[in-house]
Design a protein around this ligand. Structure first.
Ligand code: ADP
Ligand code: MG
Length: 391
């Protein structure tokens, strides 16, 4: 997968329509976490240094096709301007004559932020007339919003039909780290998949089993697999409908010679709650206990695999890390990733939240900026927003 990137084009005196992911948390009209805005700054600064004029677009929340000021980009515009240390003009709308006039009046180096592109249903339906209007604002299109790359929307896919299209640095980095995991990873390659549900992770398991040497299955989904192996799992999470799927996955892994690691010990609680007293269960889980984290022996099994790995991908926490008493398994795996000399990639909303909670993000080769998008990427699906940027 080779992308057209912003290093491949000349942006001097060009009007650039750029899609970013500025969908940030806001409270009382103030941005409370500006990570995503900061993440887009390298691309934005680069384009400005190259002599471009920018028309920036993003969505915020789900206004469902209505111009609802609750979802306005105004608070984001303010923070964006502070971080960029430069005036950012906020357009009163996404399309229409007023916006067109504003775009015409832009001078070299100006930055205009459009209103929330999801003020229009045409955005999410990938309406080509709407996309054409967005495209009419500029000479080239740049996409740096990995988090929405799995959606074929007007601002992520449609627009690329009308303008030469390039990947920004963020998308370039995502693909640089994730694409090899599906084709030719540095070996040994260890995949660690956890989280709550088999149903949401089975496709990624089935994709990674083709390239990994070891696959670790942890978190709530592990119990369905343990059940397949005839183990008692107490009242732990079980997806009855997925027993057959889990069974055939294990058979497939064996056929391919992929080592599968399932939890051998567990931290359990009598109730699924923050203040449940952690009880260590070796092997099986008896009675009404609920498995809520992996135990120390399992941690040891996983960390020793990570130590010798040349590449590791991690998606999905090993336990209910939101509860302190059951966060240790996830923390230890995160620490092992941070200490690993190989290439380490973390994707998935909750896994990334865990890495951030433990302050370990800077020690990971690549922390994905897209939850759903990174999952779909690892599932081997074609992401419309990425396909639009391929050479
Ligand atoms: P990600 O967002 O990283 O892809 P998921 O959304 O698949 O991860 O799963 C995260 C959720 O899984 C967390 O809320 C966590 O509490 C839950 N989870 C992990 N282990 C267990 C468990 N043993 N029982 C119930 N829920 C679990
Ligand atoms: Mg999640």
């Amino acid at each position: 997968m080779v992308l057209n990137t912003i290093k491949d084009a000349n942006f001097n005196d060009k009007k650039v329509v750029i899609r970013v992911d500025f969908n940030v948390p806001i409270k009382d009209g103030v941005v409370t976490d500006d990570t995503r805005i900061k993440a887009a700054l390298p691309t934005i600064t680069y384009l400005l240094e190259q002599g471009a004029t920018l028309i920036v677009m993003s969505h915020r929340g789900r206004p469902k096709g209505e111009k609802n000021p609750e979802f306005s980009m105004a608070p984001i515009s303010k923070r964006f301007s502070e971080l960029l240390n430069k005036e950012v003009k906020l357009a009163p709308d996404v399309i229409g004559s007023e916006v067109e006039e504003l775009v015409k009046s832009l001078e070299k180096g100006d930055v205009l932020l459009l209103e929330n592109c999801r003020y229009y249903n045409e955005e999410t339906s990938d309406d080509l007339d709407f996309a054409k209007k967005l495209a009419s604002y500029g000479d080239v299109y740049v996409n740096d919003a990995f988090g929405t790359a799995h959606r074929a929307h007007a601002s992520t896919e449609g627009i690329s039909h009308f303008l030469p299209s390039y990947a920004g640095f963020l998308i370039e980095k995502e693909v640089k780290y994730m694409a090899p995991l599906l084709s030719n990873p540095q070996k040994p390659f260890v995949a660690i998949i956890g989280g709550s549900k088999v149903s949401s992770k089975i496709t990624v398991l089935e994709s990674l089993v083709n390239t990994c040497d070891t696959i670790v299955i942890g978190g709530g989904m592990a119990y369905t697999f343990l059940k397949v192996q005839g183990k008692e799992i107490g009242k732990s999470l079980l997806e009855d409908d997925y027993i057959e799927t889990a069974k055939s996955f294990l058979a497939k892994a064996e056929e391919k010679g992929v080592k599968v690691i399932l939890p051998v010990d567990h931290l359990c609680g009598a109730t699924f709650s923050e203040d449940a007293e952690p009880v260590l269960s070796e092997g099986e889980i008896k009675g009404d206990l609920i498995g809520m984290d992996i135990g120390p022996k399992t941690v040891e099994l996983i960390t020793s695999e990570i130590k010798t790995a040349k590449s590791v991908v991690w998606n999905g926490p090993m336990g209910v890390f939101e509860f302190d008493a059951f966060s240790k398994g996830t923390l230890e795996v995160a620490k092992a990733l941070a200490d690993c000399d190989g290439i380490t990639v973390v994707g998935g909303g909750d896994s990334v939240a865990a890495i951030n909670k433990f302050n370990l993000a800077s020690k990971i080769s690549h922390v994905s900026t897209g939850g759903g998008a990174s999952l779909e990427f690892l599932e081997g699906k074609t992401l419309p927003g990425i396909k639009a940027l391929e050479k």
